[in-house]
Design a protein around this ligand. Sequence first.
Ligand code: AHR
Length: 633
Amino acid sequence: TLNAAKPEKGITVQPTMYGIFFEDINFGADGGLYAEMVENRSFEFPQALMGWNTFGNVTVNTADPAFKNNPHYVTLKDPGHRDKRTGLENHGFFGMGVKKGMVYNFSVEARLADKGAKAGKIRVELINKDNDIVAKSRLDITSADWKKHTITITSPITAKDAFMRVYLESKDAVDLDHISLFPSDAWKGAIRADMLQALKDLQPGVFRFPGGCIVEGTDLATRYQWKNTVGKVEERPLNENRWNYTFPHRLYPNYYQTGGLGFYEYFLISEHIGATPLPILNVGMACQYQNKGNEAKANVPLEELDPYIQDALDLIEFANGTTDTKWGRLRAEMGHPEPFNLQFLGIGNEQWDEAYPQRLEPFIKAIKAKYPKMNIIGSSGPDPSGERFDYGWKRMRDLNVELVDEHYYRDENWFRDNIKRYDKYPRKGPKVFAGEYACHTKKVEGKEPTRQNNFLSALHEAAFMTGMERNADVVHMTAYAPLFAHVDGWQWRPDLIWVDNLETVLTPNYYVQQLYSTNPGTNVLPLTAGKLPVAGEDGLYASATYDKRTKEYILKIANLNDGAREVAIEVKGLKNIGAQTVTTLRSDNPKAINTIAKKDVVKPVTTTIAAQTGNILKLSVPAQSFAVYKFGK
Ligand code: AHR
């Protein structure tokens, strides 16, 4: 029975309920959502020419630099022989993706290298994988002072693995820095359009950023510092990415963060996709996984926490402050005088033991003293159960945080066995933010668990999410993790969206998230079997909501059985079921995945069913399927 008698009285589904979590892992930012095509554009990688091949007379210098935070630049000089050339070559991130007819915006900070020089010239070429020049453009450099120069190049080809060469064409030498190439369709000139669209299509309620472990850093020196990611991009200092060290079988020693996708951009993206922004800040602890036994160095002494707390206060000012405050002014100067309406702030990620609440407490005190309405999100540590987890929750209750971020990367059995997880959660105290979760299917092939984005994992997530939705009074926010992965450069899977240099692939897991996030409803409706609430009878898992804006009833059912099930549901309080739409995600193959070559192996299908009179909803639920039924309009 579905009780629809007073639908607007049902538990409120929070607008933040189905969100996304972005972290720069798997080349999610540089090489991914940040559309810069040049790797190491500022020559600030530990070896200044990482990512570049040079020929002829090229040197790296720092004297009188263009940018004080990123002082390295290259000098291109005459090679000294008629048949020699000077220049450099960049292959981007696993090649450069170019599209036929697309305009690419090239820019460079440049000056004449020598006193008395007058006429510098460079030639920029786009090359295909066979080493043919497919497009070129020239640029005059006539200024003795650093100056930004721009030109455009139109690609006559579509290729995932093009690259770029920059030649010196003049006798006069030139200094070059911040050599950059963006596709002209990048949103705000910086964000990869197709990846952004994939996020927008989820209509997410909340956007958590920028991590994850990168917030913590492998050590404190390389923790994520938001102040280094705002202001002029050329002056944002490079940071080492924590994800170039783990999973040594997939080591990427060239994984650095330019900060080009920084906190200002994250706020802009939140606004663009209609999600509440949720930044996470370092609590004064480097990654605990990577610093076992080294806590003295990895945890900031309590008496030295102030700068970390100040970063949090300043971030709130950056997001919400008026334009006559220091950080609010910077936001306005960057192009957004209106506040970003920050309401939630996470402090710490997956930290555990007393070291964490000890540091969190002074943050809470300082933030609440200045911004009493700010909602603070604490963490329960990395495990979804056990003593450490219970201790984390207990301490978060003591500290009275608004939400607790809990994470679970578990197998399909755990997901099935935990569908009732939130039925038992206390109704008072902090609410739940399931800030990172994904079903890692157990199947092992060869040495590595496959951990694919297969249909089996998506189906178990769908079933589990019925339990989240039924308990929307306790669960206020959720997010699958990680969000993006590059097919040619990843450290972790499964991931919600896969990309190469030109295309995106939406996984079965993406479609599950989308079916929830685009059909959340506004109020939960009680579903009962006999006298008992429905929470998974006979391998069927269900939740129901009402949407007071569209006046529709929404029923979600996951069928984990190998056979179809016939179901009849009495909808109390409704006269006629009316017309129905059914959107189903299913596959006969639990291992089915979507790939760049075959994107639509698992995809939802929507059908419409003619209006039904009477209030009995009769459904035939296919085997191994997840379906969303909408009716009652
Ligand atoms: O999502 C990948 C990682 O998993 C996150 O960085 C971290 O929070 C968790 O351990």
